[in-house]
Design a protein around this ligand. Structure first.
Ligand code: FES
Length: 617
């Protein structure tokens, strides 16, 4: 039996016919609507909230994770329900996530390995029987041609672009000539056009994040950045993080193809849209560079990534690879090239190599530290002769996952707090009423509560008797868990009370402890003091919005480095663009990979000890 499901979000509505028993979260995820699902549908994160009509009986996990007010108005967790009747589903405003695109142009010398040359070739005559192609090769300084460009030459010779014009040369003999625009890669003619209708020579760089995709379009002749676009990574429908996506492929032979096809489709859509922004088509894009974590790059190639998820965590490839667009079904000029930046290991991906290219880590005689914070925290410490890198499981806390009132950096997320004995100031994204707390807000809140003594150095929330009156009034126990109520139902969006609980603080401690322990282990491995670290680069979305002094206050970054911190924005996007503009950086990326030693921390006893001791503030 089939039922009608109507889904709406932000004024958009779609209707689906689905069979009885169909999984509601799966239906939403396969649509174009945004619904967070951090636990991949296991019913434990409480983030897949939707408004359902008619509302089904609330299930036990919903009674634990939703307020009675929410249950009463029909809020339910999509992953816990199957379709058993016609349904109307309303998803909260998704809004545009604050995707860190890094719109500022990158600076590096221009040497993409591609050029567009204007040539004048002469019409053959009886006394000059060189072939048309010989004439092109001689003028262009080339030795080979793509079949497609040869087709174009044939069209030009046959006058499909108009008759040959009359030109003159220094022999005083009048000759017919044709002006051509040739797109050349190294010594190969890749494309040919009539010079009065030349195309553009464009390149694209994409940062393939687990959550978001960021597209950059650049002019390969001038080096100028022409357009930037971003989108969610639609693979999210298979799980919010890389591990749940890998799980989707386990015991499911079609799983990896589904991940690949979903990503390829999104990349193609992004390339088309970004090119359209400047009035071009994807045929004008000749070079594409891609940065992303190792699992994302494996899924792009449709390669098994299961081995990365289990010991000894070995990827199929980590090298820099080049492909023709058709090999990856990507839409750019068929004669173009696609280049994947090299990864370091299964959990330190090409995004980190790109971060290093962009920040210069690994290029200086002085030690520099790079911290890329997401679900995993990737950390690199090194100088021009040696780099050490590791990955730590930071958990999704910084992105709003497994935090009772946590959320992604969407409109309405509290992104900063100022904590006082008798007041709490805050700002929200897009100045909307609070809907939840995103990573930078959580950092400010916990750091601020620590400063006024409401959270102890061990991370415990004080007893209410030891709190100033303003905070005493906010103290509650939710099923025996200590909590502070930050916003009441009336103060927030969606009739939701917003809390910080003792469990949230513990989750946060796990994340910050893991990052700090990773820094300590790398420093020990490099056998240097903290004073020898001259620069600290924080990269990635959360890192870019956090307050560096708070990162030090809570001990995520050593205090002694507080005046050396730079927020480097979307380093992966910047590195991919640099590589797009300068092909020689491919060599540098390879060198970075070669001089980086990856430290596996999952079985490292010293890391476990550090982790335990770094949990405290
Ligand atoms: S609770 Fe539904 S996706 Fe996590």
């Amino acid at each position: 039996m089939s039922y009608q499901i109507t889904i709406s979000q932000s004024g958009r509505e779609k209707i689906f016919q689905v069979e009885t028993g169909a999984d509601l979260l799966e239906i939403i995820n396969k649509s174009d609507f945004y619904l967070p699902s951090y636990c991949g549908g296991q019913g434990i994160c409480g983030k897949c909230r939707v408004l359902m009509r008619p509302e089904p009986e609330a299930k036990d996990p919903e009674r634990e994770m939703l307020s009675s007010q929410e249950i009463q108005v029909g809020v339910r967790l999509a992953c816990l329900h199957q379709v058993e009747s016609d349904l109307e589903i309303e998803i909260e405003e998704g809004g545009e996530i604050n995707i860190l695109t890094g719109e500022e142009e990158v600076s590096c010398s221009l040497s993409p390995g591609w050029q567009q040359s204007y040539l004048k070739i002469e019409e053959p005559e009886l006394y000059d029987q060189r072939s048309y192609l010989t004439r092109v090769f001689e003028k262009a300084g080339c030795r080979s041609i793509e079949p497609r460009a040869l087709d174009r030459l044939e069209d030009i010779v046959e006058g499909k672009f108009g008759p040959m014009g009359k030109g003159s040369d220094n022999n005083s003999r009048s000759k017919s000539t044709q002006a051509l625009a040739a797109v050349i890669q190294d010594e190969k003619v890749v494309d040919l056009r009539s010079a009065d209708r030349p195309g553009r020579l464009l390149g694209a760089a994409v940062d393939i994040g687990t959550t978001t995709l960021v597209f950059y379009l650049l002019d390969l002749e001038s080096g100028r950045q022409l357009a930037v676009d971003s989108a969610y990574n639609p693979q999210k429908k298979f799980g919010a993080d890389v591990i749940t996506r890998v799980q989707h492929t386990q015991g499911n032979p079609e799983g990896i193809n589904e991940l690949r096809d979903t990503l390829v489709k999104a990349l193609n859509r992004g390339l088309v849209d970004t090119a359209a922004k400047v009035g071009s088509g994807t045929d004008d894009i000749y070079r594409l560079t891609l940065a992303g974590n190792t699992i994302m790059l494996h899924t792009l190639l449709g390669k098994d990534c299961e081995k990365i998820a289990r010991s000894p965590f070995v990827p199929l490839f980590s090298e820099q690879l080049s492909f023709r667009p058709e090999a990856l079904s990507l839409k750019l000029n068929p004669g173009g090239e696609v280049e994947l930046l090299p990864s370091i290991s299964g959990y330190v991906g090409a995004d980190i190599t790109a971060d290093m290219l962009a920040t210069g880590v690994g290029d200086s005689p002085e030690y520099q530290l790079l911290i890329d914070i997401g679900t995993n925290g990737e950390i690199a410490l090194g100088r021009n002769d040696k780099i050490y890198a590791c990955s730590v499981a930071a958990g999704p806390s910084f992105e709003g996952g497994n935090i009772s009132s946590g959320m992604a950096a969407l409109p309405g997320a509290v992104d900063s707090f100022k904590v006082f004995d008798d007041d709490l100031e805050y700002t929200t994204i897009k100045k909307e009423k609070p809907r939840g707390i995103c990573g930078s807000g959580l950092l400010d809140l916990i750091g601020g509560l620590l400063e006024i003594g409401i959270i102890t150095e061990t991370g415990a929330l004080q007893q209410p008797g030891s709190m100033p009156e303003f905070w005493q009034k906010r103290y509650q126990e939710l099923e025996e868990v200590k909590a502070l109520k930050l916003f009441s139902e009336g103060e927030s969006q969606g009739e939701r009370e917003i809390y910080l609980t003792q469990k949230d603080i513990r989750q946060f401690q796990l994340a910050k402890g893991a990052i700090r322990a990773g820094i300590e282990i790398l420093q020990q491995e490099a056998d240097i003091s903290k004073e020898e670290i001259k620069d600290v680069y924080l990269v990635g979305g959360f890192a870019n919005y956090l307050a560096p002094e708070m990162a030090c206050r809570i001990g995520m970054v050593p205090e002694v480095l507080s005046d050396r911190i730079q927020q480097a924005g979307n380093g992966a996007g910047a590195g991919a663009r640099m590589m797009l503009l300068n092909r020689k950086l491919a060599e540098k990326a390879r060198e970075l990979k070669e001089k980086t030693s990856y430290l596996e921390l999952s079985s490292n006893m010293k890391f476990q000890e550090e982790f335990t001791s770094q949990m405290s503030f």
